[in-house]
Design a protein. Structure first.
Lengths: 199, 199
DNA sequence: TGTTTTCCAAGTCAGTTGTATGGCAATAAG
DNA sequence: CTTATTGCCATACAACTGACTTGGAAAACA
């Protein structure tokens, strides 16, 4: 065998270079040459790790989702154990918002994928595969809130979960457009949770 | 003077051809040649009406916003006069959702513009210029609800307005992704308004 | 009828795109 | 040493892009 190289590590580095380009110029504005240059490698080398553009796109999307999931997991780990359902929901939702540069980049790229998925059958599957899990997770928290008497039993957990996801997503949009401020977005979500959790 | 042609009418027709392409393949996938072919004219003719691609894009975006606004206006006209604030909000929000084919196309194109605006300074201004007006309109309705005793006075109209806009936007996203159904989206919005308007 | 203005088709051009190809360098196995 | 394998690279290519130029057709006025 010749020189040993960590393939996955290389692929991750290339994917992250793609994010930086896509964040600045959009997914369609990220040519393979640009990505290679951003990653500091040649076009040939990039092609050695991704045999086609689509392969790179799909890999980068999955890697992105993985990182976001890990960010949320780490944040939840930092909570005082055991955290209340309300804390879990607030922290998760806050972590999903584009409040720091890394998250902003992630959201920007995610949206670029979302738009492409609207016109691309195959990508659509990848793009929406994480939603049901997130929704179920949120619904579980609402159920736990009901069980603890913090949420009115008349609330429908699954509906509240979808509401919260959509709300977070919408606020993300307007945060990125700079139509509303981070403090405002956090305040709105906190207010929404405040009314969901009636003591 | 030579042959008289309605310039604006032509430009609108070309803009609508752009929408059809953008809806199917994304804004970046809509080349001038494709748009010309879709509009049934030659590339030269298209360039006679739009001297650059950007000019076409901006015109098409403004025309799109105008049409959406008129759709809402017409729908509100159809309400029994005088409509309650709750009715106004529900109907407006419902009209904004991608529930029929025309609205779906509009939303798809709007999102394509939104994504482009994230990376394009000039487009950003055009993209977010309608938001403050919509927000003020929603806030006025909430204020009217408070005045009529249908909304708790502790609610902050401006915050409720932003919440409603973000929620509608988020639901639009998941409707387009086919993660949730039209009935579900309408039900969620109705439930949200139900809790805002306490009899 | 001639003139002028508007409109439009076709072609060209420089630039960029994703992909394919052929080959070089380094390393490990035989 | 030989040889095969792997990592890597420069180049080439066909297709497509937006912008531009040229030339002429069509229609309203004089």
């Amino acid at each position: 065998m010749p020189k040993r190289v960590d393939h996955e590590e290389r692929r991750r580095a290339i994917a992250e270079a793609l994010w930086r380009i896509a964040c600045a110029r959009g997914l369609d504005g990220a040519s393979l040459r640009d990505v290679a240059a951003e990653a500091g490698i040649s076009l040939g080398q990039l092609q050695h790790y991704f045999s086609s553009r689509d392969e790179l796109l799909v890999f980068a999307l999955k890697h992105l989702g993985g990182l976001a999931e890990e960010r949320i997991r780490r944040r939840l780990m930092g909570l005082s154990a055991p955290p209340s359902p309300r804390d879990v929901l607030r922290e998760t939702v806050t972590e999903m918002l584009p409040l720091d540069e890394e998250s902003r980049t992630g959201n920007l790229v995610q949206i670029a994928y979302f738009v492409r998925a609207l016109h691309d059958e195959r990508l659509r599957g990848h793009a929406k595969e994480g939603v049901p899990a997130l929704r179920a997770f949120f619904a579980d928290q609402v159920r736990a809130g009901i069980a603890r008497g913090e949420v009115e039993p008349t609330r429908v957990p699954d509906a509240e979960a979808m509401l919260l996801i959509a709300l977070t997503d919408g606020l993300t949009t307007y945060l990125l457009l700079e139509v509303c401020t981070p403090e405002e977005a956090k305040g709105l979500l906190e207010g929404h949770l405040e009314r969901l959790f009636t003591p």
